[in-house]
Write a new protein. Structure first.
Length: 339
């Protein structure tokens, strides 16, 4: 039985099975995952199936497979029956295997998708402890104009108070000789560290490797601060602030916007967009560059209400509470500005 998954019309396949919220998204089809693990029934769709390969993944419950394994689990049948149904519907009609059942089984097994990419590994919290800084003691030195390492001085000059720095567990990494920023997944598990320099390029580094005993985390799979922000989303009518960079996200929280999270670099990845759509009913985008904001909004506005703040020359980390509030209040719907 030659199961040609490339012939499967993914949208028709999902619709015929009665899957909810099926939407064509170019090279993939988005849908509400029907499998267990969604407390609200995946009302904000978090699963996708690729056209051509039918490789599927749910960013909510973590299920991975393809049209063949999806159908088998969804209908509660074995994989051979699922393969026959797919051939009858999307192939040239079912024919008994010419070379026997063993050959048929091998063909079906060969059509299974590759192993999904692993999630970022969760590290021991001891990694945070060994980088710990007494920020209140450092602030006393700063306030009295005493001797203070330049990176610590820099953080206070940017307006961060010691309570914020200790709350976010900002530390000092002796190996890289940089400030260390613990990074956590959306469940709060420690997955790595971003290191910040004030006078060396690149300013930011992802820590990891042989010297550390752990691998660098995959930046595109994490939204910094989402583990905190998700707990405050309902207090902001389901809206999430998505800003550029870890320090900006921290500054938003310090200035009262506790529904803020941040992405590294200039691009919101597909996985990060999925996370936003999973936890929020609406999003406000804050980036340094207008094009970056448009790219980020283009991955969200078709699924949830999305707004973009107007052009600004100052980072949120350098704004006062009132300036940041005014900037967010002035955000416009992405539908008015996204091409």
């Amino acid at each position: 039985m030659n199961v040609r998954l490339s012939q499967v019309d993914v949208k028709d396949f999902l619709n015929e099975l009665g899957v909810r919220n099926v939407k064509d998204e170019g090279s993939e089809v988005k849908y509400s995952c029907p499998f267990p693990g969604h407390s609200h029934g995946d009302a904000n769709p978090s699963a996708t199936m690729q056209k051509g390969t039918t490789v599927a993944h749910c960013f909510g419950c973590g299920w991975s497979g393809n049209a063949l394994t999806f159908l088998a689990q969804y209908e509660g049948v074995n994989i051979l029956k699922a393969g026959r149904w797919i051939r009858e519907r999307f192939g040239d009609g079912f024919r008994e295997p010419e070379s026997g059942l063993l050959s048929e089984v091998n063909e079906v097994l060969a059509s299974k998708p590759p192993e999904p990419r692993r999630e970022n590994a969760v590290l021991d919290e001891e990694e945070v402890v060994i980088r710990e800084v007494d920020w209140h003691r450092a602030y006393m030195a700063y306030a009295s104009q005493g001797d203070l390492p330049a990176p610590f001085f820099y953080m206070f000059e940017r307006g961060f108070d010691p309570d914020t720095l200790e709350s976010w567990q900002i530390g000092w990494d002796a190996i890289s000789q940089r400030l260390s920023i613990p990074v956590r997944n959306d469940e709060g598990g420690l997955v790595g560290f971003k290191a910040r320099s004030i006078d060396e390029e690149p300013k930011y580094k992802v820590l990891g490797g042989r010297a550390y005993g752990f691998e660098p985390y995959e930046v595109s799979r994490v939204l910094f601060g989402l583990d905190r922000a998700r707990n405050y989303v309902n207090a902001y009518d389901g809206w999430l602030i998505v800003t550029e960079g870890e320090l900006n996200a921290m500054a938003c929280h310090q200035r009262g916007h506790r529904n803020a999270c941040g992405f590294s670099g200039r691009r919101l990845s597909d996985i990060q967009a999925q996370l936003v759509r999973r936890y929020a009913r609406g999003a406000v985008i804050i980036t340094d560059d207008d094009e970056d904001a448009l790219r980020a909004a283009s991955k969200l506005y078709r699924y949830i209400p999305t707004k973009i703040v107007p052009p600004h020359s100052t980072d949120p980390a350098d704004m006062s509470r009132e300036e940041l509030y005014d900037l967010i209040r002035a955000a416009e719907p992405a539908t008015l500005v996204v091409p």
